[in-house]
Design a binder for this molecule. Structure first.
Ligand SMILES: NC(=O)c1ccc[n+]([C@@H]2O[C@H](COP(=O)([O-])OP(=O)(O)OC[C@H]3O[C@@H](n4cnc5c(N)ncnc54)[C@H](O)[C@@H]3O)[C@@H](O)[C@H]2O)c1
Length: 280
């Protein structure tokens, strides 16, 4: 969480997304600071994209859209529940009404509940499955038809290293739904490649986002975040947790035409975490 809107870490404005309409679902942050979707919206705005910032929390979406506008981008904020077909259809309608199309969809919402199959009630499994996996089918149904018509589009989804490895504690519903996102993406990529549509999964490792700070504060009220941060930093071969910007810069590339030959695969952004046996 080291970059603010004026930080130079993003380098020169590349304008590599000039003219593209990028929709980010889960574009807010649950607390002050930079979540992945919020940083991604701002990074895409800096690269010249027009932004649809969508979130179940409209105030959070509005804050992100305002930050994108401050970068000189056109942006709208929209309320959406990605688990609702009706809500996502309304979002697609609003995006099309304002910008005429959506070139890039970034499915960035992810929810979870700590525990294994004996700990997580079936109702929670259903809710997590609906929000993390069924939502991808809902987004595909809302946005792929337009992309097919234009023979161009990018379908990005945020997964997690929890999809690849045991993370050191049972986080089963989250992990298996994030694993499903990997294969959902590959199947979209295979089926729609001939229509000019690319699909890629982004696989973050241990990222320092407001959500993580909030979750930790709730789960371990007596554990100062800095202590946990040191523990998490030590797990990572590159020596530190990542942040929302590490994902955001990768999304700018994957959304751009520079990635025109990249599809059906995943980009792991984890400082080497998943290379090691140190993940717990
Ligand atoms: N932070 C990490 O360490 C980490 C690591 C790996 C993967 N991820 C994944 O990255 C993504 C973003 O994580 P984050 O920590 O930046 O923020 P986050 O998980 O707090 O999510 C960002 C936004 O999603 C919104 N949201 C929640 N449910 C929604 C719904 N049903 N419809 C629409 N919006 C909804 C929230 O309001 C929030 O503003 C998630 O998919 C998460 O699983 C995060």
């Amino acid at each position: 969480m080291t970059e603010d809107a004026t930080d130079g870490r993003a380098g020169e404005r590349s304008r590599r997304l000039a003219g593209k309409v990028v929709l980010i679902a889960g574009a807010g942050s649950v607390a002050p600071g930079w979540g992945i979707g919020k940083a991604t919206a701002v990074a895409c705005a800096r690269a010249g994209a027009r932004i649809v910032a969508a979130d179940i929390d409209i105030d959070a979406a509005r804050e992100t859209a305002a930050l994108a506008e401050a970068e000189g981008a056109e942006a709208i904020a929209a309320a959406v529940d990605v688990a609702s077909e009706e809500s996502v259809a309304a979002l697609a309608g609003a995006a099309n009404a304002r910008f005429g199309r959506v070139d890039v969809v970034h499915n960035n919402v992810g929810i979870g509940k700590v525990g294994g199959p004996l700990d997580i009630p079936v109702e929670d499994w259903d809710r997590i499955q609906r929000t993390n996996v069924t939502a991808l089918a809902i987004a595909a149904r809302a946005f792929l038809p337009g992309m097919r018509e234009r023979r161009s589009g990018v379908f990005l989804t945020t997964s997690s290293v929890a999809a690849l490895r045991y993370v050191g504690f049972p986080h089963m519903a989250y992990s298996v739904t994030k694993a499903a996102a990997l294969h959902f993406t590959r199947m979209i990529a295979a089926q729609y490649a001939a229509d000019g549509i690319r699909a890629v999964t982004i696989v973050p490792g241990l990222m320092d986002t407001p959500r993580i700070r909030q979750t930790v504060a709730r789960a371990f009220p007596n554990l100062p975040f800095e202590e946990l941060r040191t523990k998490r930093d030590r797990q990572v071969p590159l020596g530190t947790m990542g942040d929302g910007w590490d994902v955001a810069h990768a999304v700018v590339f994957l959304a751009s035409d520079e990635a025109r030959y990249v599809t059906g695969t995943e980009l792991v952004i984890d400082g080497g975490l998943s290379l090691t046996m140190n993940g717990g």
